[in-house]
Every structure is written in structure tokens, then in C-alpha cells.
Design a protein around this ligand. Structure first.
Ligand code: NDP
Length: 255
């Protein structure tokens, strides 16, 4: 690994790191040498992801936690410091969706999507800030979406949460630049994961319709996110902050 991408000795928290895009990113960070803390609600998925990452020769542990709980961020930060003594990298990746037209979305459902995708990222970022400040450096990577840019008939709450991720990224990047904490967002395109397999069952023709708009001619994979995660988590990106990088095979630039 070229030294500017080396993450030996760094500690990374990946929310939703037990599957999909989060695990793809965690694998990238582990290959670059980082110790990993995974967060997810499902203990079986957590255990499977931990043993997969351990095979890469790094220290890993998981925290079984629902990120919609108000104290989740603080608990995750203190468990990480207790075990590894520092926090260098946070990937706010956990996310979910409820696909309904705006007139059918219950207020509770709207709030739940925002709490899962946006408030949890805010609280986790706030919780790791003191540890990053103490280290004198930090990298926060927030996962947005094409719905950070576009709207959708059945994605009102999701789009609000993912647009919020981009603005939160810019605001925290501005606020925490003096502490040498870089905050950036990644905007995945159409990626084959559990989340989109459910979407494909709920929305007729989704796979083919989106495929037709992707210049690279294929849906993305979790592994497609390993490189951007390493880049944004490493000193290679030290002068890059507040950006939102699409990982979408050209979806967002095709007419
Ligand atoms: P998956 O459903 O495969 O993974 C979601 C992850 O988040 C799982 O690890 C899940 O673990 C965790 N998670 C969800 N809710 C919670 C919660 N309340 N508390 C703790 N963990 C939670 O989805 P993807 O990998 O596709 O999505 C990852 C991120 O990427 C999301 O933010 C999503 O919005 C975003 N994204 C995905 C795209 C795609 O095409 N797939 C496109 C654009 C953005 P567990 O179930 O164990 O809690």
C-alpha cells in the first residue's frame, strides 16, 4: 500500500458495517491496515462480518446497537475508546428506507427514516469529535445517495435525509477544519445490496430502468466503495473537505 493510503494504527467505526456498502468500505479500510468497529442491530450479521474482516489480519469488534436510540453514538464512541484507545475514522453508513408516496407516509415513518439516516449520523459525529480533537486529526465519511441530488415519487423521507447528509457534511467540514477533521460525503448510485433487493421487489422494473441510465452498463457493488473509503480515510485526502463524491458509474452525469 502506498504510504499516503496506509491506515496502520488507525481506528475506524463503520455504522451498518455488517453488510452491503458498509462492509465493502470496511474491507477496504482493513486492507489498508485499520482496526475496525462495526455497528448493526443484527448480531448474526455482525458476527459473520467480524470473522470476514479478521481474515484480513486486523483487529475487529462489533457493537449490536440500534442507531435510532438517542444514546447510541455516545455508547459506540466510548466502547471504541475503551477497546482501541482512539478514534480516527467514522463512516456514517447505516441507512434504511420506507417507500411510500408522500401523501401516504405516516409522520412516524418520516421521522424514523430521518432518525435512521440523518440524526444518527449527526449524533455519531458529535460523539467522536472529542476523540478526534484529542488525536489532532479525524476523517468523517457520510453516506448520501443519488437522492441527495434527485427526488423520487416514493422517496420523500429518504431524499430529505440524504440531502441533509450533504449539508451536514459541509457544515461540519467548515466547523471542524481548524481541528484538522475532514468531513466528506459519498453518494452511491445504484448498488446491489439487501436494501436495493427489497426495492426491486417493491418497484416494478427498477433494475432495468436504472441500468439503462448507467453509462458503465452495470449496477455497482459494495466492493466498488472500498477505494473511495480508503482515499477519504487516509492522508491522501487531507486537503479535501466538505465534498460529495458520486460512486455511480456515471449515473448522475448521464442525460
Ligand atoms: P443494506 O441494507 O445492505 O445495509 C444497511 C446497513 O445499515 C446494515 O448493516 C444494517 O445492519 C444497518 N442499519 C440499518 N438500520 C440501522 C439501525 N437503525 N441501527 C444500526 N444499524 C442499522 O444497505 P446498503 O448497503 O445498500 O446501504 C448502506 C448505505 O448506503 C445506506 O445509508 C443507504 O441509504 C446508502 N445507499 C445505498 C444505495 C444502494 O443502491 N444500495 C444507493 C445510495 C445510498 P442491521 O440490519 O444489522 O441493523
Amino acid at each position: 500500500m502506498i504510504s499516503m493510503f496506509n491506515l496502520d494504527g488507525r481506528v475506524a467505526i463503520v455504522t451498518g458495517g455488517n453488510g452491503g456498502i458498509g462492509l465493502g468500505m470496511a474491507e477496504g479500510l482493513a486492507q489498508a491496515g485499520a482496526k475496525i468497529v462495526l455497528v448493526g442491530r443484527n448480531s448474526e450479521k455482525n458476527a459473520a462480518a467480524v470473522s470476514r474482516l479478521e481474515k484480513l489480519g486486523v483487529e475487529v469488534f462489533s457493537i449490536e446497537k440500534d442507531l435510532t436510540e438517542a444514546t447510541a453514538g455516545a455508547e459506540i464512541a466510548s466502547a471504541t475508546e475503551e477497546r482501541f484507545g482512539r478514534i480516527d475514522i467514522l463512516i456514517n453508513n447505516a441507512g434504511s428506507n420506507i417507500r411510500k408516496r408522500p401523501e401516504d407516509l405516516e409522520p412516524e415513518e418520516f421521522r424514523w427514516v430521518l432518525e435512521t439516516n440523518l440524526t444518527s449520523a449527526f449524533l455519531c459525529s458529535q460523539a467522536v469529535y472529542p476523540a478526534m480533537k484529542q488525536v489532532g486529526a479525524g476523517k468523517i465519511i457520510n453516506i448520501g445517495s443519488m437522492y441527495s441530488i434527485f427526488g423520487g415519487v416514493v422517496s420523500t423521507a429518504y431524499s430529505v435525509s440524504k440531502a441533509g447528509i450533504v449539508q451536514m457534511t459541509k457544515s461540519m467540514a467548515t466547523a471542524w477544519a481548524p481541528e484538522n477533521i475532514q468531513v466528506n460525503a459519498v453518494l452511491p448510485g445504484w448498488i446491489d445490496t439487501e436494501l436495493t433487493q427489497k426495492a426491486r421487489k417493491e418497484v416494478d422494473g427498477l433494475y432495468e430502468r436504472q441500468l439503462a441510465r448507467i453509462p458503465d452498463g452495470r449496477w455497482g457493488t459494495p466492493e466498488d466503495h472500498a477505494g473511495v473509503a480508503v482515499f477519504l480515510a487516509s492522508s491522501a485526502s487531507d486537503y479535501i473537505t466538505g465534498t460529495a463524491i458520486p460512486v455511480d458509474g456515471g449515473f448522475s452525469i448521464s442525460g
